[in-house]
Design a binder for this molecule. Structure first.
Ligand SMILES: CCCCCCCC/C=C\CCCC(=O)SCCNC(=O)CCNC(=O)[C@H](O)C(C)(C)COP(=O)(O)OP(=O)(O)OC[C@H]1O[C@@H](n2cnc3c(N)ncnc32)[C@H](O)[C@@H]1OP(=O)(O)O
Ligand SMILES: Cc1cc2nc3c(=O)[nH]c(=O)nc-3n(C[C@H](O)[C@H](O)[C@H](O)COP(=O)(O)OP(=O)(O)OC[C@H]3O[C@@H](n4cnc5c(N)ncnc54)[C@H](O)[C@@H]3O)c2cc1C
Length: 615
């Protein structure tokens, strides 16, 4: 859309006090990454077939899927060409994540998301060298997905009911779905797209259950795409979001696969049925750990999209004067509006930095595991659980706050904020539900509190538990070090409270698991344990308000630095030129309800009632 840039946005950009490009380079982890990102953006976003004439929202469920598949395979072809030309296409912000401009291309979810993000990465991490050589061919016919959750069990994966029974007479596993609750339910791309999958199932050898293992199963004919005999597969129906993700169900009726289709890097079943145990029994859960780590960066990116839309819109939107004799003000001038928006910008930076740090930690711990050293795995798991849980919860709350900050127009699909919210809030549930993951971290903290309470030696990372017990915490100081001290006091205090409740429940004769359940609200909720006083809070509040005023002139510059193209933002409210009302009118004109001046329902249903006695 041509036309002048909105005057208010021009003024905002003029008054910015820092170098926007420099911040973009910091976000991209270096100027060379920015250049590369822009090259790939240009290359892919210039493919005309990727753009819709009719907005996605006006398509039926089936049309949406077919449209998304068309685009997914255009993108896949391009990615393969780039790969063949040895051009690295992964996004540096989320090093293993699918390239973020896909958000714009699909305006929803790529049906190949799990194929690219989880199927390939699980094979790369958990299959043996020979299996990888066979399955990870760039021109493979396999379109895969990650099939774990069942109708009856998602969080408690030890409860999974699908079985893989070894038949030594034929050297095969028999995959079976024993009852309705054992049907696989949810995997992305499973409904219509995938012809293969990684299945999580209980391994049985000679009547002994060895727990959960991962198996590669072909489910559709590679040529005709028809489900193989013994496979019942389909799509699960419309959802709050993810409607192009083709989530599916799957049942096995004694479906046979070769023994060599079990992922065998960490664990093996030999020809004679001998079971060779893994070095750590949670290595099978490795894909969940990796995805939780990468999600933190993805959620940071979703926050930067929401902040860009809401801040630009707030600079363009004028409503009501502050003083009655003044012109109407940009809504960004209202301090309460700044309070809603600036925290989203800040949180995006926080989770971007933490996500990168977690990504590097994951790389380090994985290398250690490769050398047989599992020592750092529990800490990484505890951190990944907690950070995935809070980043998804924060992101969805803040995206919703940005939507509300755009008033009525934020409710329009054309703002793209509802879609970003639907995408973000799903992450609170998938890949480990919020509370369930917080309880995993609580389990880790309580273990170390027990050591502290029993005056046993603690690792350096938990020395502050001992400080708390010995009341070694200093009074509150308003400095980065002081804030960190304050947070340590909160963690120690709330862990102590939960631990004390747990002990009290145990003393009252409860079994451990029941006592744990009774303490679970305390285990997940923050309490007000702090070194901070009422005066400190007042001082912090006024400092916070000063900071809002300091950030205000740079707000548009800060979101411009995220450098998200209009084609990716897909928002009438957030485009770079700020031509909000023109874009809204143009989008409205695409509504099928504007095709006829008089809709035919008038003649069929309205007129016969309203004109009944007048005809
Ligand atoms: C890579 C790029 C990806 C890009 C794609 C991004 C977008 C994708 C969009 C959608 C994808 C959605 C995919 C899915 O949702 S797949 C399904 C995910 N499902 C879950 O996450 C299930 C959650 N549940 C669990 O993880 C587990 O059931 C559990 C809650 C952890 C409990 O497991 P279990 O009962 O076996 O274990 P315990 O609680 O008894 O704990 C025993 C000890 O094991 C430790 N533990 C648990 N998990 C792990 C792990 N992953 N790694 C290391 N250690 C682990 C636990 O802490 C206990 O230790 P302790 O020392 O205390 O005994
Ligand atoms: C958009 C989307 C995409 C998905 N994609 C995939 C995929 O590709 N592959 C796949 O295998 N799965 C996928 N899933 C499934 C997803 O991983 C599960 O839905 C998720 O792990 C939550 O499990 P659940 O549905 O069993 O929830 P439940 O565990 O039934 O949760 C319901 C409630 O029970 C509470 N609860 C459960 N257990 C406990 C406990 N021990 N202590 C305290 N509270 C508890 C929870 O906190 C929650 O409030 C997807 C889900 C969604 C929404």
């Amino acid at each position: 859309m041509g036309g002048r840039v909105n005057e208010d946005l021009i003024k905002e950009r003029r008054k910015c006090t820092f170098d926007i490009k420099e911040l973009t380079h910091i976000i991209d982890c270096g100027e060379e990454n920015t250049i590369k990102r822009k090259q790939i953006d240009n290359y892919i976003l210039n493919i005309k077939e990727l753009w819709d004439d009719v907005p996605e929202e006006y398509l039926s469920h089936k049309e949406r899927y077919e449209n998304a598949i068309k685009k997914a395979f255009i993108v896949l072809k391009v990615l393969r060409q780039l790969h063949t030309g040895n051009i690295q296409i992964t996004d540096h912000r989320t090093p293993t994540n699918v390239y973020s401009i896909q958000d714009g291309i699909f305006r929803n979810v790529n049906p190949l998301l799990i194929h690219i993000g989880l199927f390939w990465s699980t094979i790369a991490a958990q299959a043996s060298t020979e299996q990888q050589a066979e399955w990870l061919q760039p021109d493979s016919s396999m379109i895969g997905t990650y099939v774990q959750t069942e109708l009856g069990h998602g969080s408690f994966i030890r409860g999974i009911e699908t079985t893989a029974t070894y038949d030594s007479t034929t050297d095969e596993f028999i995959l079976h779905t024993p009852r309705l609750s054992a049907y696989k339910w949810w995997p992305g791309g499973l409904g219509n797209t995938a012809n293969a999958c990684l299945v999580m199932a209980q391994l049985y050898i000679n009547g002994t259950c060895h727990g959960l293992h991962i198996f590669l199963a072909q489910i559709r004919d590679f040529d005709t795409h028809k489900p193989l005999p013994g496979i019942k597969v389909g799509e699960i129906g419309p959802k709050m979001g993810f409607n192009t993700a083709d989530n599916g169900f799957l049942g096995f009726d004694n479906h046979r696969i070769p023994r060599t289709n079990m992922l065998m890097k960490n664990v093996q079943v030999l020809r004679d049925g001998t079971y060779v145990k893994p070095k750590h029994d949670k290595l099978t859960y490795g894909s969940m750990l990796l995805t939780r780590v990468t999600l933190i960066s993805d959620l940071a990116y979703q926050l930067s999209k929401a902040a860009t839309i809401a801040v630009r819109y707030s600079a363009v939107r004028r409503q009501s004067p502050i003083k009655s004799n003044e012109p109407e003000r940009q809504i960004l001038d209202f301090v309460s509006q700044q309070h809603k928006l600036f925290i989203t910008i800040a949180s995006s930076h926080v989770y971007r930095v933490v996500g990168l740090w977690m990504w590097n930690s994951h790389k380090r711990v994985t290398a250690d595991i490769h050398e047989g050293n599992m020592g750092q795995l529990p800490e990484l798991h505890a951190l990944a659980c907690c950070l995935k849980a809070i980043s998804s919860r924060d992101a969805s709350a803040l995206v919703e706050q940005c939507r509300l900050a755009c008033g009525g127009h934020g409710y329009m699909m054309a703002s793209n904020l509802p879609q970003i919210y639907a995408y973000t809030t799903a992450a609170v549930t998938y890949e480990g539900e919020y509370t369930v993951l917080l309880l995993q971290t609580a389990r880790y903290l309580v273990k170390f509190w027990r050591l502290a309470a029993e005056h046993k030696p603690l690792p350096q990372n938990f020395a502050y538990f001992e400080d708390y017990i010995k009341k070694n915490f200093e009074q509150w100081r308003n400095s980065p070090e002081g804030i960190i001290e304050g947070f340590k006091a909160i963690v120690a205090g709330k862990t102590k409270a939960a631990y004390d409740t747990l002990q009290c429940n145990l003393r009252n004769g409860r079994e451990f698991e029941e006592a744990w359940n009774m303490a679970s609200v305390q285990l997940t909720n923050a309490s007000e344990y702090s070194t901070i006083s009422r005066n400190d809070i007042e001082a912090l509040q006024s400092r916070y308000e000063e900071l809002l005023a300091l950030i205000r002139p740079n707000a548009v510059g800060l979101v411009d630095a995220f450098d998200i193209r209009d084609e990716v933002l897909c928002s009438t409210l957030g485009a770079y030129d700020g031509r909000v009302y023109e874009r809204m009118m143009e989008e409205a004109s695409k509504s099928p309800l504007n095709e006829d001046v008089v809709n035919e329902s008038f003649h069929k249903y309205i007129r016969p009632v309203t004109m009944k006695n007048k005809l």
